[in-house]
Design a protein around this ligand. Sequence first.
Ligand code: GDP
Length: 310
Amino acid sequence: MITVLSGGTGGLKLIQGLVNFVEPEEITLIVNTADDFEWLGLYVSPDLDTAIYLLAGLLDEIKFWGVKGDTFHFLEMIKKYGYEDWFSVGDRDLATHLHRTMLLRKGYTLTNVAALLCRTFNIKVKILPMSNEKVTTFVKTEKGTFHFQEYWVKRKGLDRVIGVNFEGIKQAKPAPGVVESIKEAAGIIIGPSNPVTSIAPILRIPGIKESLESVSTKKICISPIVGSGPVSGPAGNLLNGIGVEVSPFGVASIYRGLIDEIFIDKSDETFTERISSLGIKVICANIILKSEEDKTHLAKLVLERLEANQ
Ligand code: GDP
């Protein structure tokens, strides 16, 4: 079994490649839930939903969120009533949020809901939320402290970041199956996901980083940073805000002691020496995942490295 830690974008693109080589039943995806929030009384879990929509073949892959071809009539109407419309939820997407909220109110956990959604859409990859407890990312900026969604979606990530805090993380527990999927994995991949607000919350849940450290299974990360910036999203400003160099070296330094190897872009070969000095093996490849071919090719290389002894 291959276990992948992921947020809602880069890590999932890699999964699209992995399923060409690994039976989906043999892949476990541990997903960040610290971006989750309540929207008009509904529980929204953006990274889990993107994972589910992607593997169900429903994702709008241009935006990389929401359901393809969705309409926005609900949002148009609710705006007329004076509600804020900065978080775009389509009509089909709304059904998922409503369904999840009703199930949570009945006592289901996030794990139960993810499993149920997977069954509905015949998804064989095991999708696990990182935790069933509430963990919330707050971004501290010069203009104030905001929920991650408010910082990124409402305020468009423009405020200068001075810190990041994960509320509730100390009390949170790994969701059922998470530690097991790490302990039983034949290979562990940290996807090309945001290291500050997608992977850090997963790793900081008491017990997860420790279980990763306790296994001798090979652990490989794919850099979400190419050159001096992220392929998408706010990872650059967030890394800067926590005092980490925005480069493949900065990413590697965050995972020092945790990963064995890192894939960086072939255009970033000059970082090899610095990263190697951290005790991390560097593999240079095309890590920008645009086409099916890019995803398939990188997945093949990553699987080969997971199997390699050196
Ligand atoms: P967010 O979008 O930053 O909130 O976080 P996610 O964890 O969902 O994923 C975004 C991360 O994936 C960003 O840091 C991107 O740079 C990275 N990413 C997106 N697409 C690609 C890609 O094609 N290749 C690589 N290497 N990283 C990618």
